[in-house]
Design a protein around this ligand. Sequence first.
Ligand code: 5GP
Ligand code: MN
Length: 358
Amino acid sequence: MRGKPIPDLHPATPEIPYLRIRFMKAIQELYPLLQTPRKVVITTHQKPDADAMGSSLALSHFLTKLGHQTTVISPTNWAGWVNWMPGVNKVVDYEQQKEKAEKALHEAEWLFCLDFNIFHRTKTLTVRLKEMDCVKILIDHHQEPDTPSFNYGVSDTAKSSTCEMIYDLIVGSGHNDLIDENIAECIYAGVVGDTGSFRFPSAHAGVHTLVADLKSKGLKHPMVHEKLFDNFLENRLRFIGHVLLHRMEVFYEYNTAIISIPKSDLLRFHIRTGDTEGLVNYPQSIQGIKLVALVIDRDEERKWSFRSKGDFDCNTFARTYFEGGGHFHAAGGRSSDSLEKTVEKFKAVMKENENLLQ
Ligand code: 5GP
Ligand code: MN
């Protein structure tokens, strides 16, 4: 049997079958290199949310101002409530525009990976990104990042959002003056999205200082809130009413609420990408609830979302039981079991974890 591999500090050492760099340099080492224009691809996780899309577009606007040629590639489509962001009309949907995406990926000298910790969060792009041998840069705030796959980067779970980290990059590289209204809107949207409108513990003092700076640069924050939260069709609100009435179970003895949504509900209410965002937060308004679990019967899998309060660690829970992960208070996971089976499993592990839920 072979022993534990000795870390290899030569950045370009290939390891079959994919390139493993093994040593991620600090993002600050990239700053001097920003002055030389390159061909850049920026990508993010599947079904990009406000933080994923906002950080990708903010970085794209910034690098374009420095003379770089940038392409933002999303692994999949995205919700209507991010479709207002400045520059979103140029984002390439990998599933819909493969040829255009492939051309940009083929030419890329730099690949920025934003708001995900591990390549498989990019769905069908996963293998393609792993195989690329250009300079790869990670900017992310999720737990347990795959840093050996990146040449440069920053991974910091203390950051509220990837958008905050893009702001840090712009300011840290000496370009605060390049932040305009477009960049400010994109960054603000991601910060609002990932801090639950400034209510989660991740909204530290620096987040408010950042917002003050964006405001001084012309940010019109009410518009961003309207676009993110008042931008749905009537059917989505009716769907929420239906789900809370018929699909939610509350287990007071475990301080847990679960919502499970069959595919028939998605069809009946014409639910589109992004319409289920935020649903997992509703049961948190019930007194005493510590853990909320939402599972949706998607075509290819049963997709879980977990939210917690206090000392319950959703990341560990999702990783242990549902092939997922994320943050301490917000994580996701998946199952290939039927909806009924995966819900049964949840109830069993909820009981197993009774002590942690008190
Ligand atoms: P959501 O419930 O909003 O989909 O995701 C909550 C958090 O967990 C997000 O930060 C998201 O990136 C992360 N997350 C969601 N699904 C998965 C998953 O399947 N694997 C991992 N590692 N993280 C996930
Ligand atoms: Mn994020």
